[in-house]
Design a protein around this ligand. Structure first.
Ligand SMILES: Nc1ncnc2c1ncn2[C@@H]1O[C@H](COP(=O)(O)OP(=O)(O)O)[C@@H](O)[C@H]1O
Ligand SMILES: [Mg+2]
Length: 313
């Protein structure tokens, strides 16, 4: 397992006058991580990203990117980082192709036109490359911003709330795209979001930030296991099947049963229990249409930490 540290924060604090935007924040993002930096508005996400990029200097602590102090990033390091920030920074009167050509020249990218084709294909905008960007929808602009970030063939991609302001369909597109970049292009990703579902969908590690404090970090699966047991959801074709199933589960001694419409979810202590439950269902002629191991949600965890870390910490 490769655990090269790509981004590291050690007790980083940042103040804006009386506002403590970050308070002793420490975390590490390793090569290949898709790290979700999750927190509500005003938590300190953009401030963190601006520090990573060397656009802000911490008051205390140290931030490094690829081993270099972020306050003094070399051009070679900067070229390893692609960014998709809140403001797209695209030129509205220029076409996608022209925007990327301009960007490619600034960064002295080799084979600009070849790379433009690759990245526009990747985000599905190659056919629209000649259209001025002002004619693009928000989702298309965001896709173009991703294409631009990929131009440099970065090893790190940083997204600041990549789907904010998009409709659900466009959000889904962007999320799939980010997952695809992570796997196919083998980049390390740092993604900030206030959207739990997004982070769960896209990321494998998270940090929860609130009020300038990083409250918890870890792998999504391990974090979810901290407080929660395995949940399994059974779906039934009819109410009759469902109510018989519920009786069976009660008889088997399951007390934490949640019934919703055509589904029952049960908390188990072991995966092997699924087998014995299903066997009981079959023995009693209860039909099941679906069995889902529920991905433990980090939602509870999020609210727990965000509420606890709330007022003034
Ligand atoms: N340039 C700035 N000047 C003053 N206050 C700032 C500045 N940038 C951010 N802040 C404050 O710092 C806190 C964190 O902001 P930010 O990092 O933008 O949060 P997020 O991106 O999580 O919404 C907020 O209270 C915000 O108002
Ligand atoms: Mg922000």
């Amino acid at each position: 397992m490769n655990t090269q540290v790509i981004i590291s924060f050690e007790e980083v604090s940042k103040r804006f006058g009386p506002i403590e935007a970050l308070r002793k924040v420490s975390f590490q993002v390793c090569r290949g991580d898709v790290f979700g930096y999750l927190g509500p508005n005003g938590a300190g996400k953009t401030t963190t990203i601006r520090i990573i990029l060397g656009l802000l200097i911490p008051n205390e602590g140290k931030a490094t990117v690829l081993g270099n102090d972020s306050t003094n990033l070399l051009l070679n390091t900067k070229k390893e980082i692609g960014t998709v920030l809140e403001t797209d920074g695209l030129y509205p009167d220029l076409s996608a192709e022209e925007n990327l050509t301009f960007y490619g020249r600034v960064y002295s990218i080799q084979d600009i036109s070849l790379r433009i084709k690759e990245v526009l294909d990747f985000v599905g905008l190659y056919n629209r490359r000649k259209d001025p960007v002002k004619k693009y929808s928000r989702g298309m602009k965001r896709r173009l911003a991703i294409a631009r970030a990929m131009m440099v063939r970065p090893s790190i991609l940083i997204f600041d709330e990549p789907t904010t302001g998009l409709d659900p369909e466009q959000q889904g597109h962007i999320q799939q795209m980010i997952k695809k970049v992570a796997t196919e292009e083998n980049v390390t990703i740092f993604l900030s979001s206030h959207n739990l579902n997004e982070v769960q969908e896209v990321c494998d590690k998270i940090g929860i930030v609130n009020n300038g404090r990083l409250l918890v970090t870890g792998g999504i699966d391990e974090l979810a296991k901290v407080d929660r047991k395995l949940q399994v959801r059974f779906a039934f074709p009819s109410h009759d099947n469902l109510s018989r199933a519920e009786k069976i589960l009660l008889r088997l001694g399951y007390s934490t049963i949640k019934v919703e419409q055509q589904e029952i979810s049960v908390q188990l202590s072991d995966e092997a229990e699924i087998h014995s439950i299903v066997k009981k269902f079959i023995d009693n002629n209860v039909h099941v249409t679906e069995i889902r191991k529920q991905y433990p949600s980090i939602e509870d965890l999020y609210f727990k930490y965000v509420t606890r870390g709330g007022k003034g910490g």
